[in-house]
Design a protein. Structure first.
Length: 266
């Protein structure tokens, strides 16, 4: 066998391996990672397209920063206000609504602050008045941003109580729930992480059903005009699949203990 023939054989054998190396980096949230959502979803997408998805799970603020720097191809996050601002500023393009779930306020099952009900703002006012322990992520995540909007609507600046009844963990949702469980504190959490959280102790759901707790997720492509290495074709393939009929069915099929975690976009 001649040299050129040998080289041709080597290249042909290498082609399948090369094809398998197609991948994108997705900056996403701890809620999608910790709930097990990606473990359910990504094998379906990868089998269909051959595109591997490497997820970096951070708070939404950090995930968006990662995209702004060009260190990811796609962001899948849940802070609609920040997403639309960065879209307008040209850091991202092609934003699509993907799915939604909701936030809940959890706390001791005995509800010592008597904060329970359907009104999240009234609950926070009561918690502050009673100086009941509250654990906050404090990490610029989408959940933290939602919490701060609720405190603002309540007319309360929780930073004034930092270190007393208001505790910032500076970490993800799971560790923050661990903190809340350990100190019998209240906390705002996404429902997906709560459903997968096992160390609940005496914690239970205190507030749910308020329309202000609506939690939408969006996907955006990092702007390839700013970062030429962004994998536009593969990134858009992922976004289009998420919003396709097949992708939406896969999202709806993800359940924890029989309970649906995320709902297809409206």
């Amino acid at each position: 066998m001649g040299f050129l023939t040998k080289m041709a054989c080597v290249l042909l054998l290498a082609l399948p391996a090369y094809a398998q190396q197609r991948y994108i980096t997705v900056a996403s949230t701890t809620s999608t990672e910790q709930s097990g959502f990606f473990r359910h979803l990504l094998p379906i997408f990868e089998k269909k397209t051959g595109i591997q998805v490497r997820v970096v799970a951070l708070g939404t603020g950090q995930a968006l920063d990662m995209g702004k720097r060009g260190d990811a191809d796609v962001a899948l996050v849940h802070d609609e206000v920040a997403e639309k601002r960065l879209l307008a500023e040209g850091f991202f393009v092609e934003r699509r609504e993907v799915m939604y779930n909701d936030f809940i306020i959890v706390g001791p099952k005995s509800d010592p602050a008597r904060a329970g009900g359907r009104d999240a703002v009234a609950a926070l006012i009561t918690i502050a008045e009673k100086r009941a322990p509250f654990a906050s992520r404090g990490d610029r995540s989408g959940t933290h941003a939602a919490e701060l909007r609720l405190w603002k609507e309540a007319g309360i600046d929780p930073s004034q109580a930092r270190g007393s009844w208001y505790r910032e963990t500076g970490s993800g949702m799971g560790p923050t729930l661990n903190t809340a469980s350990g100190m019998d504190a209240y906390a705002l959490t996404d429902r997906g992480t709560w459903l997968s959280f096992k160390n609940r102790g005496e914690l239970g759901i205190v507030v749910q059903g308020d329309k202000r707790l609506f939690n939408p997720y969006g996907a955006m492509l990092v702007n390839p005009a700013k970062h030429r290495h962004v994998k536009k074709a593969e990134g858009m393939a992922f976004i289009h699949w998420l919003t396709s009929a097949e992708g939406q069915r896969a999202i709806a099929a993800f359940k924890i203990d029989g309970e649906q975690v995320f709902f297809p976009k409206e």
